[in-house]
Design a protein around this ligand. Structure first.
Ligand code: FAD
Length: 295
């Protein structure tokens, strides 16, 4: 078997130090197959990744890694505004998930930062609640282990599991569904590795309920692309959307998406005037998507 390309890039220097792809000496002795970790600049990191992973078509995410970036992001949180606006795509969400996911920030640090800003329950409650969800999913994962990939409960959609496709359709994978909203979310996911919670909900619901694809397919797809990709928060959220971990399937309609996205997608969507699959009341969508369900 050929060694991975990075093994040939990390060659011993006469001084005994190791060279990274960019020529900057590494501070540790790399193991075979280890990836380089030090770069002269962000451009050098981008170039190195492009040469290591030529099959990846997206460039570097604008999300910066590291403790300094995490602390700067933490300093920007606005708990009171968060509570009022978190469902809006331009709301005062924290964007801390990649740092929390990779242990750069602990949940306790975020909680303390919230309480430094406000001790008022009304102002802090919503954000503290969301931190609680992360903690809850992690604890559940410890109990369920790999069972996290199986339905926690039967679906409440009226469709048996065999009615759901087991592969990601090409148009979804390419972000070419023809729906400006869904294609916009997919493009953002690929370019940044992050999506707003509401966009995740809409995209997951579209995939599972409109396209009738197994939630596991969508969950694995998200995990491949999210910087905060975490089996607990991810899979259990997908199960909540699918209804294998909630009492009914999560769906949305165009009015909901248009309101919380500020209309930014519908304005440019070729299907806005006719053919939008989300243009209906919740009752109509319920009957259309789940005709055999008792929900
Ligand atoms: C289908 C789907 C998949 C998801 N996959 C992931 C995932 O892989 N990793 C992940 O961290 N989150 C996941 N979430 C939860 C949530 O969407 C993200 O945590 C949130 O959008 C991250 O943005 P933020 O940091 O601005 O969050 P904020 O809204 O500012 O919340 C602050 C922190 O609280 C936690 N949090 C917030 N909402 C949730 C939630 N619903 N469930 C669990 N923790 C939450 C996160 O750690 C987040 O960073 C998923 C949600 C859905 C609907």
């Amino acid at each position: 078997m050929q060694p991975p390309p990075v093994a040939t890039a990390n060659q011993a220097m006469p001084s005994g130090k190791m060279a990274s792809l960019t020529g900057v000496p590494l501070a540790w002795k790399p193991a075979p197959g280890d990836l380089p970790r030090q770069f002269a600049s962000r451009e050098a990191l981008d170039d190195a990744l492009a040469s290591l992973f030529p099959e990846a078509d997206a460039g570097l995410s604008p999300v910066r890694g590291g403790r300094a970036a995490a602390e700067a992001q933490l300093a920007r949180i606005q708990p009171a505004r968060y509570g009022k606006s978190r469902n809006f795509l331009d709301g005062a969400i924290t964007r801390l998930s990649p740092y929390i996911r990779h242990g750069v920030l602990t949940l306790a640090e975020v909680r303390d930062a919230v309480f430094v800003r406000t001790r008022e329950r009304a102002s802090s409650e919503k954000l503290i609640n969301e931190l609680g969800w992360r903690d809850y999913w992690q604890r559940l994962w410890r109990q369920l282990g790999d069972g996290i990939w199986a339905d926690c409960e039967p679906l409440k959609t009226g469709h048996g599991p065999e009615r759901y496709a087991a592969a990601l359709p090409a148009d979804l994978g390419a972000g070419r569904t023809g729906l400006a909203c869904m294609d916009g979310f997919i493009a953002e996911l690929y370019a940044t590795g992050w999506l707003h919670n509401h966009a995740r909900l809409w995209l997951a619901a579209y995939l599972v309920h409109w396209r009738r694809i197994r939630w596991q397919v969508g969950a694995a797809w998200f995990l491949r692309h999210l910087l905060d990709g975490d089996p607990a928060s991810n899979n259990l959220s997908w199960q909540w959307v699918a209804s294998s971990f909630s009492h009914k399937p999560y769906i949305f309609n165009r009015a909901n998406l248009e309101r919380y996205s500020g209309g930014r997608y519908c304005a440019s969507c070729a299907l806005a005037a006719a053919g939008c699959p989300f243009e209906a009341s919740y009752e109509e969508l319920q009957a259309r998507l789940f005709p055999a369900a008792s929900v």
